[in-house]
Design a protein around this ligand. Structure first.
Ligand SMILES: [Ca+2]
Ligand SMILES: [Ca+2]
Length: 152
């Protein structure tokens, strides 16, 4: 009997969560996209695979509104040192593309970035400096948190 009651309560809770957001469990909704902020650190390729396994992709931040949401959420809730976003300049040094193909029209690079430090920084992250997140090019094999995005 108790188990049945617990089951009904659980189903109700899951329903409420499902109704209140069109996003998958654990994702945060903003402007017709769902975002997932990782709590674990992995390299860029692992982060990309992880997002893909959830039917999403590493976040594409294509406007100031989206940038403010992502960096604001990171600053209030995640507070990690770095979060991978879904852009690289792996094909042509200095040419940044979202998911390796879409031109980057909006950007919010930190001062003196991207610097391609030591000739080896080809993956985009947002990096926390004094509580604010700004864009930085980073070594792709560094371990960092990451943000997945899924369009609705
Ligand atoms: Ca580079
Ligand atoms: Ca850099």
């Amino acid at each position: 009997m108790r188990l049945a009651t617990a089951y009904v309560l659980l189903c109700t809770l899951v329903s409420v969560v499902a109704i209140s957001s069109p996003c998958p469990l654990g994702f945060v909704e903003h402007n017709n996209s769902c975002y997932w902020f990782s709590k674990t650190l992995v390299n860029f390729v692992e982060a990309r695979s992880f997002c893909q396994s959830f039917g999403s992709h590493l976040a594409k931040v294509t406007s100031k509104v989206e940038d403010d949401f992502v960096s604001g959420h990171a600053a209030r809730h995640g507070k990690a040192a770095n979060y991978w976003l879904g852009a690289t300049d792996l094909n042509v040094e200095g040419t940044w593309l979202w998911e390796g193909q879409q031109a980057m029209n909006y950007s919010n690079w930190s001062r003196d970035q991207p610097d391609n430090f030591s000739g080896g920084e080809h993956c985009l992250d947002i990096k926390q400096i004094l509580g604010n997140y700004l864009w930085n090019d980073e070594k792709c094999n560094m371990a960092a948190n990451f943000i997945c995005e899924k369009e609705l």
